[in-house]
Unconditional design. Structure first.
Length: 122
């Protein structure tokens, strides 16, 4: 990867981290207790949604941090499952992705706990 491209990707990833840091959804979890059953259902739904957003942001933050580490060791853009090069268009769309589209589809369909790691031949 060219140094200019590397710097551009690094800036994108850092911008995403900054965006995630500014979007802190924990305030949404603070609710007053209510007695009305319909209000309780609505409050529960809103809390579930807030928790889902917080969880997604946390997972994305971890993926961005991992992509930054891979960028530093010159393994950015290499699928962490099969070792193939990730399509540049996919990286443009999701700069923090660490799986090629085929491995991501397999991961999504099998609902694995985590991607299997490939071992590079020395």
């Amino acid at each position: 990867m060219l140094m200019q491209d590397k710097l551009s990707v690094r800036q994108q990833l850092l911008a995403k981290l900054d965006e995630l840091d500014r979007r802190d959804g924990r305030d949404e979890l603070i609710r007053e207790r209510c007695n009305d059953p319909m209000d309780q259902v609505q409050t529960r739904f809103e809390m579930d949604m807030a928790i889902s957003v917080i969880n997604t942001d946390f997972q994305t933050r971890r993926k961005v941090a991992k992509a930054l580490k891979l960028l530093e060791i010159d393994e950015y853009g290499i699928c962490q499952d099969c070792g193939a090069e990730i399509n540049p268009k996919r990286l443009d769309a999701i700069p923090w992705t660490t799986l090629c589209v085929y491995c991501q589809e397999e991961y999504d369909s099998s609902r694995m706990v985590g991607p299997k790691r490939y071992r590079r031949a020395a």
